[in-house]
Write a protein that binds this ligand. Structure first.
Ligand SMILES: [Zn+2]
Length: 302
């Protein structure tokens, strides 16, 4: 293993110590590095009474999970996020039916991107889809708009559908359960995946993450990457913000130095985040987006 600056810090964060067996799972988004296989998914994790995280492998993503939040009530089910393929949605619907006979009443579109919406037509009829107006044109279903906050009262459970600000897509919605203190963050947060910022709003994304951190949250649930323990998810949400802070800072430093955008990936100091899953795919687009924001090329309104 090539040692980079920051590698020791990564090992400590990963719960690893040299020569000792690791009790804690390796901090990664890659199922193979975690010692898992596609056949270990889908996976349902109970977060609170009647509240579950659901992790599934998207055939187009392969090594990382695409996640949902499932909220079960005596008057129906709300699901945060769809999945990228009809097959994955069909499996999700079947797995929800193992949890409850209640029908799915709501699906919240947190991210308009294809790996979260591609399979949406495979849901049964009669579902209300909630989406930010920015995302609505990409959804192949009629949607009801959420521009700021919509409170869904379902079977005695309060479910807050929130727009905390632009982040990964521009129409990012979160789902918050105030009683259970669960916050599903959609693609505003991915666990240990190098930030995918090609369509994002870098500095606004940081503001959005800080807003989420100020909420009363026990569980931060990401749209990609593993759903680990509540304590680990809190740490990783923080790490994710620090990663974006670094990308924004390095992009600004190189932009100010007159470094051409195509040279920015090689010149940026992104350790330890350059060891995160998909760093090789995502770093150049992230830095390019920071340059675009600095050059005033990102529209100010959704
Ligand atoms: Zn995604």
């Amino acid at each position: 293993m090539r040692m980079r600056r920051g590698a020791v810090a990564v090992a400590v964060l990963a719960g690893l110590s040299v020569g000792a067996s690791a009790q804690a799972p390796i901090r990664t988004a890659d199922i193979t590095l975690r010692g898992l296989a596609a056949s270990d998914f889908p996976r349902t994790t109970k977060l609170a009474d009647n509240v579950y995280a659901y992790e599934q492998i998207d055939p187009t993503k392969r090594t990382v999970t695409v996640n949902n939040l499932i909220v079960v009530t005596p008057e129906g089910v709300l699901i945060a996020e769809s999945q990228g393929t009809a097959g994955n949605v069909t499996r999700l619907v079947a797995d929800v039916a193992k949890l409850t006979p209640q029908p799915i009443k709501y699906v919240v579109v947190g991210s308009e991107h294809g790996d979260h919406t591609g399979g949406i037509a495979a849901f049964p009829a009669g579902i209300v889809y909630l989406a930010h107006p920015f995302s609505a044109p990409r959804i192949k279903q009629p949607t009801e708009p959420v521009t700021d906050k919509r409170i869904v009262m379902l079977g005695g459970t309060e479910i807050d559908v929130l727009f905390l600000g632009r982040a990964h897509t521009g129409g990012d919605l979160e789902v918050y359960l105030p009683r259970e203190k669960v916050l599903f963050m959609s693609e505003v947060f991915s666990n240990r995946i190098f930030p995918s910022m090609a369509n994002g709003y870098p500095t606004e994304w940081l503001t959005t993450l800080r807003k989420a951190e100020q909420m009363d949250v026990a569980w931060f649930v990401p749209a990609h990457g593993f759903v680990d323990s509540a304590a680990v998810m809190r740490e990783e949400e923080h790490q994710y913000r620090l990663a974006i802070e670094r990308i924004v800072a390095e992009g600004a430093r190189l932009h100010a130095a007159g470094t051409p955008v195509e040279n920015a990936p090689a010149a940026a100091r992104l350790e330890p985040y350059d060891g995160w899953t998909r760093a090789g795919n995502n770093a150049s687009a992230a830095l390019k987006r920071v340059y675009m924001e600095l050059d005033g090329k990102l529209k100010s309104d959704p």
